[in-house]
Design a protein around this ligand. Sequence first.
Ligand SMILES: *Cc1c(COP(=O)(O)O)cnc(C)c1O
Length: 454
Amino acid sequence: MTMTSKKTYERPVIKKLENNMPNKFGTRTIFEPISHLEGQAVNDLIAKYGSPLFVISERKIRKNFRKARQAFETRYPRVQFAWSYKTNYLDAVCNIYHQEGSWAEVVSGFEYDKAIRNGVQGNKIIFNGPDKSETDLRKAITNHSLIHIDHLDELYMLQDIARNLNIRPKVAIRVNMDTGVYPTWDRFGFNYENGQAWDALNKILFSGMMDLVGLHTHIGTFMLSPSAYAVAASKLAHLAQSVLTKYNHEIKYIDMGGGFASQNTLKGSYLPGSDISPSFDDFAEAITTALMNSDYRPKNPPLLILETGRALIDDAAWLVSTVLANKRLSDGRRSTILNAGVNILFTAFWYDHKITPAQPFTSYTEDTAIYGPLCMNIDVLRESVTMPLLNKDDHMVIHHVGAYNMTQWMQFITLRPKVVLIDEQNKVHVIRNNESIDNIRSLEHVPDHLLNFE
Ligand SMILES: *Cc1c(COP(=O)(O)O)cnc(C)c1O
């Protein structure tokens, strides 16, 4: 018997021609199959490395980084980027940023150790966050890392350790403030408006035991407003000038943190992120203009540090997956189940990720709910999205997944998949293997009395 594939019946449809104009439901979803990523066929990638699979583009990472750096360097003389490890701390990814000249920005002892193991020099590691143990601080002080103090308990502990080690730690304080964007992020660092920040600076400068080198802020994440950064930059510069006036002490750097919005689309947003997210130029213009207009008058312009994470990497990665099944919900709506769920795509909780088929499809589309494979009601990738008819075993590409997924993913119900990097010659490298049951079991221990049962 010869195998001939019979074409499935497709019901005829009349399609209205439209321009890509938003209607009352937002922008029309336009589909084109995305069959290749950086020159590699999605089908081949899945055949070779399994499904689901995270795919990262080295070319895109470098391109985004250079664009961001250029936006700042063309406007300000001294600029330094520090890669935010928690955004994506796969070693291969971090090292691309380090090759491009980025320092490391870490928020835990674990991330700090990762940066050291990647070969980052101690004095090029910025240590942020509320959780720094005594061991962490000793390490950071000895390595001459930049310690950004979050609260007074940390300040006192740091002074204690400094006295013990007889080394002057290089410190900055994290400052939180009203930037006109609400709610204000006031749980990290010292407040500007109520005088906490100034109190902390007084304590540091009066004690004379620490080397105050910088001022830091990180005003939020997925910030859509460049003007908020202008306000923040002015306030930090004003603090720096107060320090110069009172103590004749020059602040060497102003660290504006991260938080620039990526091109992703927030849930409930009327327009897609690609239409409304400001560009690196917009953020750079706001920050550098505010700094240069400020009243801070040091002999040398302070180094401008940026810790942007999300906006640099979000669109440099995809999650490719496979259709497990289609079914009708009780209201008749179509639903499609993919083999990639919220356990590996944490950002599905706040983004409407763009999802496209990886093969040609019919022109007929339908409102579809897209679910992941978990036996859990929360496992929803898209509540409602216009999709062509998909078949079991079709491949799908989920876009803009580079930030906060390969760090916030969890081993829940299923195992975590492989991550591959496609280099600038379109060569594929596995940069993180998939988990196995042995990986998981190796951490577990069953007490003797629980080993046997009938
Ligand atoms: C998370 C974080 C960043 C990076 O934020 P993005 O929103 O990914 O740009 C930078 N600095 C600090 C202190 C952070 O906590």
